[in-house]
Design a protein around this ligand. Structure first.
Ligand code: ADP
Length: 827
């Protein structure tokens, strides 16, 4: 696709309004098609050119190049795919620069034009398919000038860099020098006057691809979650052998001077001790402190697990190595101790669902950002702050990240923890609280807390129950568990939860306390029975870790406070359901694990489809009426289309999709449609399979034929080992829940230790919103809850749903466009 410029035209972006982003946000397509028009012909075998967007390429002077550089990280390919896909939808030329700066300096074959075909099958791969390298020449001015000359040769004036802080610093230096390079190249006659005019400014956007998660300002970088998957897989495997032989295992993880990976792994795997650079044991004799902590825990368990960050030191910045730790465990404790250094395994393997989603969101945003950039736009980097995608000033973020190194050398550990951000500090606090087993002084009032599950099992429920139990016990309180949810409460099947009861729960799937869908409203005198049990055990607060049933039941209890004084206690729901349909949170426990299952299934069927010629796979997901799993699973799996109830499925949609499939099968060999189980009552998976199979038969010899297969994932999505994020979220939400309950119990307890509160604020969903953990009162959630459909009316992911079609090159005329999502954030 040529992108020749017209000399007399001013630059595209200044001349044409609205901007790319606004166009995406919903500029009317040139030929609007009313989907309600019954006369619309059913397109079958004709190939229809993609009707969106309709920007003529000849009017567009922007050419974009993407490169990956420095250390590789899983998810980089998803970022390349997303950035390139958005450019291709606009008819913008997009290039891959192979091997990072090396390819930029060398030019020639190292700069390759990307097409839909070249980005169609890269998302599931680890590492970076366009290569990465460390380039000495680019550190010199001469090298960078050569790179500038090569970019001008390819008409490239927009750069998207994916790498660590070295890569991003290099890119920033390059952008600053760009005007001088161009002036010099013009002066020397290497580039023409026209080339000089057309490339006067360079748009630059960066993304952080790094397993270390060390970029200040972002909560997660691309690659960190996949590395965490590798660590958890290894530690879970080591734990079984450690248990058999009563051993101590020291697992060394990567991260350079950043302890994020180690800390998250310690939370996710239930480690006994963690050593990170940001928080050396705050005593002179760290060896004695570590031994003391391990000994306390050995009273309840027969093995120990220590996670060691590769950059760990003592308070004087003397390195703490795995060998030193091993020596201490052997000599001082007499433990049979083994060391496992995970090394580059952590960089390998397929990217996790989270990394694919994060990289896709950032990549799409980076493409929009470079296309919209003006000469005044500073170089920025795009990344995640919790569930939000934000742009940060590149220089500020890199400088702050570098400052961490300086502060570490100064042994200013508190400052270092501050620079690492709130998520790091919260996770460190949670780890320190739940791994210890001692109480400094007994509390003034000992509270009794009841924990139980409702609905279907979801990954992370056990991690959450463990965090809540340990946190309360360490504060001197009592925790009870109801077995089988409300069934256990009705039948008085209540057990005390002790410190050792929950040992090992963080990494276990399902829910050890058991869950049932039965609610108080389902049985005669249900509320009376609940009240009787609360009274019998003198319960001061309730925690339900569950899904929509849990939400409904806890709301019911809250609304019955007038009738039952026993319910005038703090009542909480921690959302745990793979459907992610509970109001009051952007993410529910279990949904990340389910997404990983869906992504794994899509990878498998794609591989199978590639071996046969032109095959469509229909993958059916759970989720009841909520399309989250199908929609975000499709985005993470690189599917072509997702059918969800929220959007509806009509015959005309299916017809348009069939036409798109015929068009795409001229180049590709497989396509995936993800279908939410209740996307349509009648157009179910079987029906869709039959329709597509019939329409995939060739009518003429020029037709592209395809066959169809379907997979129903069913309960596979609820099972398996919890993902690292579900474990970590479980701990974090558990800790927030404890904080919330303690505050409300303490505020509402009388001299006799009786807790009584009627305030709506004391009954809430403990969830996440953007990067914060929040408590939202049930009362506040009523307006955004669709009780009949059991869904949250606020579906923050609807815009991302549109991105699946954009990147699957499956846009239909009249489809709502992807709007982009980033805002300029603060460090
Ligand atoms: P990472 O991006 O993972 O931090 P590096 O620090 O090795 O990895 O940087 C990758 C590449 O970025 C280097 O090989 C070099 O080509 C380029 N680079 C790094 N720092 C600079 C700099 N200050 N000026 C110019 N180029 C740089």
């Amino acid at each position: 696709m040529a992108s020749k410029k017209c000399k007399c035209c001013p630059p595209y972006l200044r001349r044409r309004q609205p901007s790319f982003r606004n166009k995406l946000a919903g500029e009317t397509p040139e030929v609007p098609i009313d989907y309600r028009d019954e006369e619309e012909p059913v397109v079958t075998h004709e190939t229809s050119p993609n009707p969106w967007p309709s920007t003529p390429a000849s009017e567009n002077p922007k050419n974009v190049a993407i490169f990956t550089s420095g250390g590789d990280a899983q998810g980089m390919n998803a970022a390349v795919r997303a950035a390139a896909g958005v450019c291709l939808q606009y008819g913008v030329n997009v290039y891959a620069i192979h091997c990072g700066y090396q390819g930029m300096v060398e030019g020639g074959d190292m700069i390759e034009k990307l097409t839909w075909a070249s980005i169609g099958d890269i998302m599931q791969k680890g590492g970076t398919v366009i290569g990465s390298a460390r380039c000495k020449e680019f550190r010199t001015r001469e090298g960078r000038k050569q790179a500038a000359q090569n970019l001008v040769k390819y008409d490239i004036n927009c750069l998207i860099a994916i790498g660590g802080d070295g890569t991003l610093t290099g890119a920033h230096v390059f952008k600053q020098e760009w005007p001088d390079f161009l002036a010099e190249l013009k002066e020397e006659g290497t580039i023409t006057e026209q080339q000089f005019e057309e490339h006067k400014f360079l748009s630059l956007m960066g993304m952080v691809g790094s397993i270390d998660n060390d970029m200040c300002g972002f909560s997660m970088t691309i690659g960190c979650d996949s590395a965490l998957h590798r660590i958890c897989e290894a530690v879970d495997a080591l734990t079984t052998t450690a248990m058999s032989h009563q051993r101590t295992f020291i697992v060394e993880v990567m991260g350079r001077n950043c302890g994020f990976l180690a800390l998250m792994a310690a939370l996710a795997c239930g480690a006994d001790f963690v050593l990170v650079p940001e928080h050396p044991p705050p005593v002179e004799d760290w060896k004695a402190a570590m031994c003391d902590s391990l000994l306390r825990r050995r009273r309840y368990t027969n093995f120990s697990l220590i996670i060691l960050a590769e950059g760990a030191t003592d308070i004087h910045r003397n390195p703490i190595t795995a060998d030193i730790v091993k020596q201490v465990c052997c000599d001082n404790l007499g433990h049979d101790t083994r060391v496992t250094t995970l090394g580059h395994v952590q960089r390998g393997g397929a990217p996790s669902a989270f990394d694919r989603i994060l990289a896709t969101r950032c990549g799409a945003e980076a493409a929009l950002a470079v296309l919209n950039a003006t000469p005044e736009t500073p170089a920025r980097i795009i990344g995640a702050q919790g569930n939000r995608i934000v742009q940060l000033d590149l220089t500020e973020a890199v400088e702050q990240t570098r400052q961490v190194g300086t502060e570490l050398d100064n042994r200013a550990f508190e400052k270092v923890r501050e620079l690492r951000g709130p998520v790091f500090r919260q996770e460190l606090n949670i780890f320190l609280r739940i791994r210890q087993h001692h109480m400094d002084e007994p509390p003034k009032h000992v509270f009794n807390v009841l924990v139980f599950h409702t609905g279907a099992p979801a990954a992370g429920m056990n991690a959450c129950a463990k965090a809540i139990t340990r946190d309360f016990l360490n504060g001197g309180h009592k925790v009870y568990g109801a077995r089988g949810g409300f069934m256990g409460i009705f039948d008085d099947d209540i057990i005390p939860l002790e410190w050792q009861t929950v040992k090992g729960w963080a990494s276990q799937g399902g829910c050890n306390l058991g869950a049932e869908r039965l609610l108080p409203s389902d049985v005669p005198d249900g509320l009376t029975k609940v009240a009787a049990t609360l009274k019998k055990y003198n319960i001061h607060a309730m925690v339900c870790i569950g899904g929509f049933e849990g939400y409904a039941a806890m709301t019911h209890l809250f609304k019955s406070r007038d009738e039952f004084p026993e319910f005038r206690i703090p009542l909480t729901l921690v959302p745990a359901t793979i459907s992610n349909n509970v109001p009051g949170t952007t993410t529910s426990l279990g949904s990340d694990t389910a997404l990983n299952t869906i992504v794994g299934a899509i990878d498998c069927v794609k591989q199978s489809a590639r071996s046969s010629r032109r095959r469509v796979f229909i993958v059916e997901t759970q989720g009841h009426n909520c399309g989250f799993l199908a929609s975000i699973g499709a985005l993470a799996g690189g599917a072509d289309i997702a059918y969800i109830r929220e959007e509806g499925v009509r015959l005309r949609h299916i017809s348009a999709d069939i036409a798109n499939l015929h068009r795409k099968f001229k180049e590709l060999s497989c396509a995936v449609i993800v279908r939410s189980e209740r996307s349509s009552q009648n157009y179910d998976t079987q029906f869709l399979s039959k329709v597509l199979d019939e329409e995939g038969k060739p009518e003429t010899k020029d037709d592209t034929a395809f066959s169809v297969r379907s997979v129903i994932l069913g309960h596979l999505q609820q099972g398996g080992t919890p993902s690292p994020l579900d474990r970590v979220y479980g701990c974090r939400l558990g800790a927030s829940c404890v904080q919330f309950l303690l505050q409300h119990m303490t505020e509402n307890v009388d001299e006799n230790g009786v807790v009584s509160t009627n305030s709506p604020e004391s009954a809430a969903v403990i969830g996440t919103h953007d990067s914060a953990r929040t408590a939202t009162a049930f009362e506040q959630l009523e307006p955004i809850t669709d009780v009949a459909l059991r869904t949250n009316k606020h579906t923050w992911w609807q815009n991302l749903h549109r991105l699946t079609r954009v990147l699957g090159n499956s846009m239909r005329s009249g489809d709502l466009c992807y709007e982009g999502e980033a805002c300029v954030g603060e460090l």
